[in-house]
Design a protein around this ligand. Structure first.
Ligand code: UDP
Ligand code: MG
Length: 309
């Protein structure tokens, strides 16, 4: 028991008020293990880094990686996985929405053989109706589109075995939809249930625009089906277009006297085709954008400083 090393990685972005209360709840739970707590400061503009440094002075197991700027939650987690040395790695939000108390249950399930232990939300009472509905819709959609089943009602609160972490660290993919990447290899997984709490201090850093980006990123990373939908829509449009042409020619030949200018047909045809063309170009653009970003081959983040690491 004592020989195992537990890593806890915590992405933090403007969470100065949450560092202290979080550690106060977290440390008593993990102090019986050999542990390290790695904060990844995702370019915070407040005193988050200073708060972590203060804690890291008295406790060498508390570590910090700082970015120069905000690279995003998934990239911060990616950095955490790269620096973590543990036999198992738990990722946790800094705002105390993920109760650290269930980490011991996660470790138990891991010791019984699960390589991934997901923390699954029992209820989402504290989340707004809007957040619940959009999340539900997103998971239904991505699981319909993707060949990799991605479990619902699961955030980035999970335990990963060293083998899974090594797999993640080896992936060359730069834009990381971690919930999908973790599920992709099919490692044996288990669940621990919890009730999501209210954010302790501060505000969410996931406004609607970031939520949409996250959802599109997830879908584009794990499915090419939208591209096929583009082909189907194109086929459908061509079919109706062909019917329209036959109708127009036959009308012109057999009913020349009644054949008025027919701008309705023209108008609807143009609208229909125009809509489908824009939609499919947009879909192709999403993938093109993803390919472009991947071939640029920039590193996923850049480290500004490291403490205790
Ligand atoms: N976070 C981050 N970078 C970002 C946005 C968020 O590192 O660009 C961190 C944030 O500090 C928190 C976690 O990711 O620890 C989850 O973010 P948040 O609580 O804002 O998301 P929500 O719980 O509202 O979905
Ligand atoms: Mg939160």
């Amino acid at each position: 028991m004592t020989s195992l090393l537990l890593s806890v990685i915590i992405p933090v972005y403007n969470e100065e008020e949450n560092i202290k209360p979080l550690l106060k709840r977290l440390i008593p739970i993990i102090k019986n293990y050999r542990y390290e707590v790695i904060f990844v400061d995702d370019g915070s503009k407040d005193k988050t880094a200073a708060m972590v440094k203060k804690e890291a002075k008295t406790n060498k197991n508390i570590k910090l990686v700082s970015f120069w700027r905000n690279f995003g939650h998934q990239q911060a987690l990616t950095a955490g996985y790269q620096f973590a040395l543990g036999d198992c790695v738990v990722s946790l939000d800094a705002d105390l929405q993920d109760p650290p108390e269930i980490i011991s249950q996660m470790i138990e399930k891991w010791q019984k053989g699960a390589k991934i232990v997901y923390a699954k939300r029992k209820k989402r009472e504290v989340d707004s109706f809007f957040k619940k509905m959009t999340a539900k819709f997103f998971y239904k959609l991505i699981n319909f589109l993707s060949d990799t089943p991605i479990p619902e009602d699961i955030g980035d609160f999970r335990l990963l075995d060293r083998e899974v972490v090594d797999f993640l660290n080896k992936l060359p993919e730069r834009l990381r939809f971690l919930r999908g990447l973790v599920a992709w290899p099919g490692f044996p997984s288990d669940f621990v249930y919890f009730e999501r709490e209210k954010r302790y201090a501060g505000m969410t850093h996931y406004p609607l625009s970031k939520m949409i980006n996250f959802a599109v990123e997830g879908i584009v990373s794990f499915s090419t089906k939208p591209l096929r939908v583009a082909s189907y829509l194109g086929f459908l449009a061509s079919f109706f277009g062909f019917l329209g042409i036959v109708y127009a020619i036959l009308g012109k030949i057999f009913l020349p006297r009644y054949w008025v200018t027919g701008w309705t047909a023209l108008f609807t045809g143009i609208m229909f085709l125009g809509g489908i063309q824009l939609l499919t170009i947009g879909m192709i653009g999403e993938y093109l954008g993803k390919i472009y970003k991947e071939i640029q081959n920039r590193p996923p983040f850049l480290v500004k400083e490291k403490i205790n690491l």
